[in-house]
Design a protein around this ligand. Structure first.
Ligand code: FAD
Length: 447
């Protein structure tokens, strides 16, 4: 009989998608066992390493993840790099089903000349640097310049702008890494341009993020009036969220025109410009932009085309923030290299192999949309679980990893790191001081 067979599922990646899928699997099956494998010794993915340090309330989702972790049928297994330490094939032999939730860890390139100049920085790595991603702690960035540009206008670009422009004292009691805080406290950046290839009606940032930066202490946002030609005429025809965002920009646009205030720092949103080339000999000193116009009738599908005119903006620092992409961590995973995503249809990759979160949907959407997606895939997996034979699950995995000499970090081991980080933070008046060295993490966890 199959009655005594316990279904065993393995999830790869302990970010929101992994934790929410685990929660759903545990809820919809009374005997399933769920193991979540994570490359790093610490859990939570971009909740720990992406969400801005000055947005601590967003991290409250961790309480839900902690609840999932306390379920005796759940196991966190950190410090396991899937694809390298164990293959998908091996996992499929020892588990009934495998779910990929390993996110999108690389950034899209602009592929323009000068992208390798000093101080042309990956936005993803900058975020990782201030948030304590181990591989980004050595980021080589010079903030001893006055003008920076950010290519991209999504919420990540806004995060980067805000971290550069926020009075540093406002960051002192956040969980930002100490070395980033130290460097930011000496930053000379006074002007940040936020550059997008399309117009205000296609802006990728959302209203809460825009409102926050508009109200930043000691910083003024200066719009280019020319970018808003014809926007007034269509604003009333827009659907509600877009209408509210556009109305907010228009309101501040009027204030820009009567700008007499002497503020120390400035944000310049710049629309209808595409990067063509970073200029400089060793280090970037300016960027060449093409002036675009929009084609197409529908506001939402309008695309940017170059007018043949160019503009140059001085910048001693430039960030690329045009989106993330996933990598193929194992040759057996069907993968669309061009768009950087696991091939899947509504979360199904192939028999007994599933994907959820950014690795499946692409790097779009917030934690809430990732949750909805992960819940759906969790439900689908439970429905399709083939339980005709017993599988070893964690026992089998432990053997493979022990043979290779790979130490694993269980949830209670992570809690030791967590506790020490909070203790170190307390001394500094911060919620935590993140440990960024993997060896140090392992030493604490495995003591
Ligand atoms: P991730 O969170 O990236 O988790 C993937 C996990 O897989 C990671 O822990 C990674 O280490 C692990 N992994 C990778 N490779 C392997 C491997 N080979 N083996 C094992 N494990 C592996 N959303 C909001 O709602 N509010 C915000 O304020 C917000 N801010 C954001 C700021 C930034 C800079 C970014 C990039 C995103 C932000 N988001 C925010 C979006 C949110 O972070 C995502 O929706 C969500 O994290 C996606 O979840 P995920 O689990 O798919 O991926």
């Amino acid at each position: 009989s199959t009655q005594h067979i316990v279904p065993k599922v393995c999830i790869i990646g302990a970010g929101p998608a992994g934790f929410y899928a685990a929660q759903q699997l545990l809820k919809t099956s009374s005997n399933i066992k769920v193991d979540i494998l994570e490359k790093l010794p610490v859990p939570y993915g971009l909740v720990r390493f992406g969400v801005a340090p000055d947005h601590p309330e967003v991290k409250n989702v961790i309480h839900t993840f902690e609840k999932t972790a306390s379920n005796p049928r759940f196991q966190f297994i950190g410090n396991v790099n899937v694809g390298k330490d164990v293959t998908i094939k091996e996992l499929q032999e020892i588990y009934h089903a495998v779910l990929l939730t390993y996110g999108a860890e690389e950034d899209k390139l602009l592929n323009i000349p000068g992208e390798n100049l000093n101080n042309v920085i990956s936005g993803r790595r900058f975020v990782g640097w201030y948030n304590g991603v181990p591989a980004d702690s050595n980021l080589n960035i010079n903030l001893d310049v006055e003008e920076a540009v950010i290519l991209g206008q999504g919420n990540v670009a806004i995060d980067i702008a805000r971290i550069l422009l926020t009075p540093v004292d406002k960051l002192r009691n956040t969980d930002i890494t100490s070395f980033a805080l130290e460097k930011l406290s000496k930053s000379k950046i006074r002007k940040v341009s936020l550059i997008g290839r399309r117009g205000p009606l296609q802006a990728a940032f959302t209203i809460a993020e825009l409102r926050e930066i508009l109200k930043l202490d000691g910083c003024k946002t200066c719009w280019r009036v020319d970018d808003f030609t014809n926007v007034n005429q269509v604003v009333n025809t827009l659907a509600r969220p877009r209408k509210r965002l556009t109305t907010l920009m228009l309101k501040y646009l009027e204030e820009t025109s009567s700008d007499t205030e002497a503020t120390t720092k400035r944000l310049y949103p710049i629309f209808l410009r595409s990067p063509v080339e970073f200029l400089g000999s060793n280090t970037v000193h300016s960027i060449k932009l093409s002036v675009n116009s929009l084609e197409g009738n529908d506001v939402f599908t309008q695309f940017a085309v170059s007018t043949g005119l160019f503009e140059e903006i001085e910048c001693g620092l430039a960030f690329r923030s045009i989106g993330y992409k996933s990598v193929q961590i194992d040759a057996s995973i069907p993968f669309d290299i061009k768009i950087g995503r696991v091939k899947n249809i509504a979360g199904k990759v192939q028999d007994k192999l599933y994907a959820a979160g950014w690795v499946a949907t692409g790097p779009v959407g917030v934690i809430l949309s990732t949750m909805t997606n992960a819940f759906q895939i969790g439900t689908l997996m439970n429905k399709e679980l083939p339980i005709t034979e017993n599988k070893p699950g964690f026992v089998g995995l432990s053997k493979i990893l022990a043979q290779k000499g790979i130490p694993i970090v269980l949830y209670n081991d992570w809690k030791k790191i967590d506790k020490l980080e909070c203790e170190r933070g307390k001394i500094l008046g911060k919620p935590r001081e993140k440990i960024v060295d993997i060896n140090e993490m392992l030493e604490i966890a495995l003591k």
